[in-house]
Design a protein around this ligand. Structure first.
Ligand code: F6R
Length: 369
C-alpha cells in the first residue's frame, strides 16, 4: 500500500534508511558481526580462495560496491559476473569458490540458471535475497535475507542499499574469521554501518525538494553522463541505469579515470554530467583527481552537478549545482550518494509525466531468460 505517498517509488526511496537498518537487525552483537545463517558453511569460509558474485542490473551494481569492501576487508578476490554471461562461457569455478547470488526477487531466471550451474560444478552457494522462500534461496546452500520489505515499484531502490548492507556484513564476517581485521577495526566499521540509517534519513530529507526543482528546468535534457571513482563508480552506473529506466533518457555511467580514454569526446557545450565526488578528508582520497576531471569537462562546456560531502568547499567553484551528503568513510559514501541519484531519476520522470512505478517494457521480476 502507498500509505499516502503519490507513488511506490517515492515511498520506497524514503524507506532506504529503514532498509539498511532492518538488514542490520540481530546481526550485530557487541560490535561484532553475527551471521548464524552462514554456520552451515563450517570451515569453508576460511578455505575459499575466491568469491564470484552473480547478479543482473541494479543487483549487479550493488555487488560491485560489495566487491570494493570485501576485497579491502577480507583480502579475498571477488569477481562480479552478470548471471547471463557466466554459465555460457565455461567459467573457472570449483570447491574453493564461494558463489554469492544477489537478487531482490529471488526469481530472476538468469541468476537462477547461473546458480544451478555453479552448484553442478562444485561451488558452494549463498543467496542474498529480499524475498522469503523464493526459488534462488531455496536452491542455494545458505541464504542471507535483506530486509528491505516488499518492493513494488519496478525499478529497484531500497533493495539496492539493503543488498550492499548484506554484502558488507558478509565482508566483515569473512574478515573476522579469516583474521584480516582485528576486533577494534571490525567494530569501527560496524559502527559506520549502524550510523548509516540516520545519515540516509538526512539525505532523503534534504535532497528531495532541491532535485525536484532542477529536474523541472532540465526536463528536455537528451543525455546525462555519470562519473564516479572507487566505490562511487558502480553508483555512477546505477544512476545511469535508473535514469534510462524511469525517464527514458540516454544515460551512461563511467569510471572518472576512464574519461580521457574515450568518453571525454562526448563532452560538448551543455552536456549534463553528474559527478560523485569522493571525500577530501581521506589521505588517499581521489578527490583531487575527480576535481581535475570536473575542470576538464567544464572547460569543454559541460554542466556539472556534483554530489559531494558537506563541507567540501573545493568543489564549489567547479560545479553548477552541489548536492550535499553527510560525512562517512570512503566505503560508506556510496550508500549515501545513491539516494540523490534515485531521486533525480524519479523527479525527471515525474517532470516528463511518466509512470515511475511501471516504466514501459519492464517487469518487476524477469522470470524468463
Ligand atoms: C533496475 C532493476 C533491475 C533488477 C534486475 C535484477 O532498477 O530493478 O535491473 O535489479 O532485474 O532483479 P533481481 O534483483 O530481482 O534479481
Amino acid at each position: 500500500e502507498k500509505g499516502g505517498w503519490p507513488t511506490f517509488m517515492k515511498k520506497e526511496i524514503s524507506e532506504e534508511p529503514e532498509a539498511v537498518g532492518k538488514t542490520l537487525i540481530g546481526r550485530i552483537v557487541d560490535g561484532a558481526v553475527h551471521l548464524p545463517e552462514l554456520e552451515s558453511f563450517d570451515g569453508l569460509l576460511t578455505d575459499i580462495d575466491r568469491i564470484v558474485v552473480l547478479a543482473c542490473g541494479t543487483a549487479a551494481y550493488a555487488s560491485l560496491v560489495g566487491k570494493y569492501a570485501i576485497e579491502s576487508w577480507a583480502r579475498i578476490p571477488v569477481d562480479v559476473e552478470l548471471s547471463h554471461e557466466f554459465h555460457y562461457r565455461d567459467p573457472v569455478i570449483g570447491e574453493r569458490t564461494l558463489v554469492v547470488s544477489v537478487s531482490q526477487s529471488g526469481e530472476t531466471m538468469d541468476t537462477l540458471l547461473a546458480v544451478q550451474y555453479a552448484k553442478k560444478h562444485g561451488a558452494r552457494t549463498l543467496s542474498i535475497c529480499n524475498t522469503q522462500g523464493a526459488t534462488i534461496p531455496r536452491e542455494s546452500d545458505a541464504v542471507l535475507y535483506t530486509h528491505a520489505g516488499p518492493e513494488v515499484a519496478v525499478a529497484s531502490t531500497k533493495a539496492f542499499v539493503a543488498q550492499i548492507t548484506a554484502l558488507y556484513l558478509l565482508g566483515l564476517h569473512l574478515a573476522t574469521i579469516r583474521g584480516t581485521l582485528d576486533a577494534p577495526a571490525v567494530s569501527a566499521l560496524v559502527e559506520e554501518l549502524q550510523n548509516l540509517p540516520a545519515k540516509l534519513d538526512q539525505v532523503v530529507e534534504t535532497s528531495g525538494e532541491r532535485i525536484a526543482d532542477f529536474a523541472r528546468w532540465m526536463g528536455d535534457v537528451q543525455s546525462v553522463l555519470f562519473l564516479g571513482r572507487h566505490a562511487g563508480y558502480p553508483i555512477a552506473l546505477e544512476g545511469a541505469l535508473k535514469l534510462k529506466e524511469l525517464a527514458y533518457i540516454h544515460a551512461e555511467g563511467f569510471a572518472a579515470g576512464e574519461l580521457k580514454h574515450g568518453p571525454i569526446a562526448l563532452i560538448e557545450p551543455g552536456q549534463l554530467v553528474i559527478v560523485i565526488v569522493p571525500s577530501p578528508r581521506d589521505p588517499n582520497s581521489l578527490h583531487p583527481k575527480v576535481i581535475s576531471n570536473i575542470q576538464e569537462i567544464r572547460a569543454r562546456g559541460a554542466r556539472v552537478i556534483a554530489v559531494a560531502e558537506i563541507g567540501d568547499v573545493e568543489v564549489l567553484p567547479f560545479a553548477d549545482e552541489v548536492i550535499r551528503i553527510p560525512l562517512a568513510g570512503p566505503l560508506f559514501e556510496p550508500l549515501l550518494a545513491v539516494v540523490p541519484l534515485h531521486v533525480f531519476a524519479m523527479e525527471l520522470a515525474t517532470a516528463k509525466g511518466l509512470d515511475v512505478d511501471q516504466p514501459r517494457n519492464l517487469a518487476k521480476s524477469v522470470t524468463v531468460e
